[in-house]
Design a protein around this ligand. Structure first.
Ligand SMILES: *[C@@H]1O[C@H](CO)[C@@H](O)[C@H](O)[C@H]1NC(C)=O
Ligand SMILES: *[C@@H]1O[C@H](CO)[C@@H](O)[C@H](O)[C@H]1NC(C)=O
Ligand SMILES: *[C@@H]1O[C@H](CO)[C@@H](O)[C@H](O)[C@H]1NC(C)=O
Ligand SMILES: *[C@@H]1O[C@H](CO)[C@@H](O)[C@H](O)[C@H]1NC(C)=O
Ligand SMILES: *[C@@H]1O[C@H](CO)[C@@H](O)[C@H](O)[C@H]1NC(C)=O
Ligand SMILES: *[C@@H]1O[C@H](CO)[C@@H](O)[C@H](O)[C@H]1NC(C)=O
Ligand SMILES: *[C@@H]1O[C@H](CO)[C@@H](O)[C@H](O)[C@H]1NC(C)=O
Length: 718
């Protein structure tokens, strides 16, 4: 819209001159920034043919109404129109223009564009190459499932995205595209990678002089290529990780179709771009959205992922998100959103590896390399200056075909420094000595090494795996503490090399294929109630953030995901979109705040309730009275074959009495729903202690056990 409408009025022209004078006088232009503006769809004026036209007109009219600089920057400042993940637009506005928008018809809410925190993991983690469990092998499950990955882009030439063995029939619901751009053309998509698009108008709006170094869906970071290949990478035989692990690499659902939405750029990462990617993914018809990033410290009605995933949930799209890398402190989690799946990061076995000396002596240590990686017949080398592992220059003088032995260091930080030096010097392998516990799992896994830790010898032989990663963010969710978050922990177990927090998506893909009739809540319930709180030594999963402790559900949710069991959970806890709205009502959100999330007036606040039909329980006691009596009501749906009788088995958290009523649920037929209540009474135990337990519904005959974790926590941690 060129200045047509604007030159007309002498008054505004005069104001413009005056204003311009003032600006010139003060030597700075009014600050503009990008705002995300939510509008009320029900007030869409029928004179406009598209939503975009309405939004544009709204922006234009405030620009002409406010003082003149819009006259100078005459081009439209709409950055994006959103119609699926939210309803509204992103626009570059001055604060005055924003005030004008706020007075426009249909305005609901606005907030500045903000940075998203990407959950880059610190390390490559190894998942064992153990032969795959029947499920993944047997089937083409997942062929009809489309996983949309919101990330840094994709490297389409990676073998994981070849489409060998994929049927040539892309599901007809797919409406997406493969976008031609820099170093990317349509022949890079195929029957595996079916879509690739990119969104960077938010980056450009924030900095008009920015030069985008890779202006396409191509990944220059690596994060997106790893997440998407972990989710749905095809079989790659003879794959090897830096040449050491041999085997077949593949994603968890090797038959799922993938679509990449690149929203994270070297030049910036903005909510407006993330929203645009999610908007497009929903419009394109994906079944699962995988997103490993989040917004910290925002309420649900200003959290783009919360807003976009509500729309996804209404359409039955499962959104799986990472809990964040803010651990190990409590309350650091993001994406603790009641209507999505929040996944904690577990470490896979920090494999306990061995160093076998020429004389046959074996020394056990830990390594991020896989069990079957083998570096052999190389000389062990001590540098005559034992501190050489701190100097690339010194190590570079050695032959590269050696295993260097490094000096004892007091903590992991110094050890990681040594690791990066050895890596840079390109030596074949290294032995590190740590005079303390191996607290940090953020090591560099880019070359074979073994760490011998004085404090960790006690673990050896037990080989406990998995464990909660130090960096994984912990609940409770600052934006909504009344549901227990995270939901589950996902290290996965069938991938050659992957970043850990991203391995959950494939299981989802397979579940979607197996149970297309299930809602997103039902799928989440199945994953939660079948997750395992035990590690491979049958002891409770440990927390590497607090190595002397077992992991609480605030660190790992219900425990490690067990995808095979999740296909047949016995009972599920379902929830409808209105159920989630009931909790927004209980939060005393205004109708406008609720409308931001729901985009529709078709919900009501007749029954506000914090008590969502969730597959877990959290009771919060005030730190004044040190007590709480909290009642929960739950409804379970029998999804087993035929009927079945379930009996409640309770493990009470310390200091609590837990009553389940009734204690027996007898289902006569499939899909029957029965309700029960849980009352948690906590009385002062120890100050500020977090305690936990569980309720397990055990089926007579043992076919199913349906477990829900319980947490009792002081309000101080919220
Ligand atoms: C796409 O790019 C590749 C590699 O640059 C090239 O071989 C291919 O011919 C291109 N395809 C099209 C349709 O332009
Ligand atoms: C904007 O982009 C230019 C070019 O890439 C860069 O030099 C400058 O630092 C950026 N400005 C900001 C505020 O990020
Ligand atoms: C967002 O990130 C940019 C750098 O990418 C930084 O300059 C800016 O201050 C950040 N903004 C906020 C609100 O954190
Ligand atoms: C040993 O190496 C360190 C650097 O890692 C250096 O600072 C020190 O001077 C060296 N010592 C000798 C005796 O060369
Ligand atoms: C783990 O390593 C990271 C990166 O080196 C460091 O910032 C962090 O403080 C470490 N955490 C612990 C518990 O050592
Ligand atoms: C909501 O408002 C009610 C009534 O004013 C109040 O009792 C309740 O504590 C409020 N809830 C929250 C979460 O603020
Ligand atoms: C207990 O609650 C009060 C106010 O509710 C707060 O100021 C105080 O810090 C809390 N104490 C602890 C230990 O969290």
């Amino acid at each position: 819209m060129e200045p047509k409408a604007r030159v007309v009025f002498p008054l505004s022209f005069m104001l413009f001159i005056t204003h311009w004078f003032q600006l010139a006088h003060h030597g700075s232009a009014a600050e503009s920034c990008t705002y995300i503006v939510h509008m009320d769809r029900s007030l869409f004026p029928s004179v406009f043919s598209t939503h975009h036209d309405w939004f544009e007109s709204t922006v234009q009219s405030t620009k002409s109404a406010t003082l003149g600089h819009s006259f100078m920057e005459s081009q439209t400042q709409i950055v994006y129109s959103y119609n699926h993940a939210m309803y509204g637009f992103g626009a570059v506005l001055t604060s005055e223009e924003l005030e004008g928008i706020k007075n426009s018809r249909g305005f609901v809410a606005a907030y500045p564009d903000r940075n998203v925190t990407i959950d880059t993991t610190h390390t490559f983690e190894f998942l064992s190459l153990a032969s795959s469990s029947g499920l993944w092998h047997a089937s083409n499950l997942g062929e009809d499932v489309i996983v949309g990955v919101i990330d840094t882009g994709v490297w389409p030439e990676s073998e994981s995205f070849r489409d060998d063995g994929m049927t040539k029939k892309i599901p007809s619901k797919w409406k997406g595209t493969c976008q031609e751009a820099q170093d990317f053309n349509t022949s890079m998509c195929n029957f595996k990678l079916i879509g690739a698009t990119y969104f960077n108008k938010g980056v450009i709006a924030a900095n008009s002089t920015v030069r985008i170094s890779m202006n396409s869906a191509r990944d220059t970071d690596g994060h997106g290529t790893h997440t998407s290949s972990t989710v749905g990478g095809n079989y790659v035989s003879g794959a090897s990780y830096f040449g050491y692990a041999k085997g077949v690499a593949r994603g968890i659902a090797p038959r799922a179709r993938l679509a990449m939405y690149k929203v994270i750029w070297e030049e910036g990462r903005y909510a407006s771009d993330v929203l645009a990617g999610m908007d497009q993914a929903i419009a394109d018809g994906v079944d699962v959205i995988s997103i490993s990033m989040g917004f910290d410290g925002v309420p649900l009605y200003e959290d783009p992922i919360a807003i976009a995933s509500f729309a996804a949930m209404e359409k039955g799209v499962v959104v799986s998100s990472s809990a964040g890398n803010g651990g190990p402190h409590l309350g650091t989690l993001h994406n603790g959103i009641p209507w999505l799946l929040t996944v904690a990061a577990g470490t896979i076995d920090r494999t306990f590896g061995s160093l076998i000396l020429g004389n046959g002596q074996t020394i056990i240590g830990s390594t991020v390399f896989p069990a079957n990686a083998l570096v052999e017949n190389l000389p062990l080398v001590y540098h005559k200056n034992i501190s050489a592992c701190n100097s690339v220059k010194m190590l570079s003088k050695l032959k590269t075909e050696v295993i260097i032995v490094c000096d004892l260091v007091p903590d992991t930080k110094l050890m990681y420094k040594q690791m990066s030096v050895v890596y840079e010097a390109r030596l074949s392998g290294a032995v590190f000595f740590l005079n303390g516990p191996m607290l940090n799992d953020s090591g560099i896994g880019t070359f074979p090494s073994i760490t011998i830790s004085a404090k960790e010898q006690t673990f050896v032989g037990m080989k406990p795996a998995p464990a909660v990663a130090v960096y994984s963010s912990r609940g409770p969710s600052p934006s909504y503490p009344w549901v227990l978050k995270p939901d589950i922990m996902a290290p996965g177990s069938n991938v050659l090399a992957a970043y850990t927090p991203h391995t959950q998506q494939l299981q989802l893909a397979t579940m979607c294929a197996a149970h297309p009739e299930w809602s997103a809540a039902a799928i989440r319930s199945a994953l939660v109630t079948t997750a395992s709180p035990l590690d491979n030594t049958q002891n409770p999963i440990r927390d590497y953030g607090y190595p002397s402790q077992y992991a609480s559900p605030l660190a790992m949710g219900a425990g490690q995901i067990d995808p095979n069991k999740a296909l047949d959970p016995g009972l599920i806890y379902d929830a409808t979109p209105q159920d989630y709205v009931d909790l927004l009502c209980a939060l005393n959100y205004t109708m406008k705040q609720i409308l931001v999330i729901t985009r529709s007036g078709s919900y009501n606040c007749a029954k506000p309730s914090f008590d969502l039909n969730y597959p877990s329980f959290i009771a919060i006691y005030s730190n004044k009275t040190m007590s709480v009596v909290q009642k929960f009501r739950r409804t379970v749906t029998n999804v087993g074959v035929g009927g079945g009788t379930y009996r409640a088995k309770v493990t009470e958290p310390k200091g609590s009495v837990v009553t389940v009523s009734p204690e027996t649920l007898s289902f006569r037929y499939k899909n029957e729903k029965l309700s029960y209540s849980v009352v948690i009474k906590y009385r002062k135990h120890k100050k500020e202690e977090i305690s936990y337990g569980d309720v397990i519904w055990m089926e007579d005959g043992g076919a199913h056990s349906v477990r829900s974790p319980i947490v009792v926590a002081p309000s101080g941690i919220v």
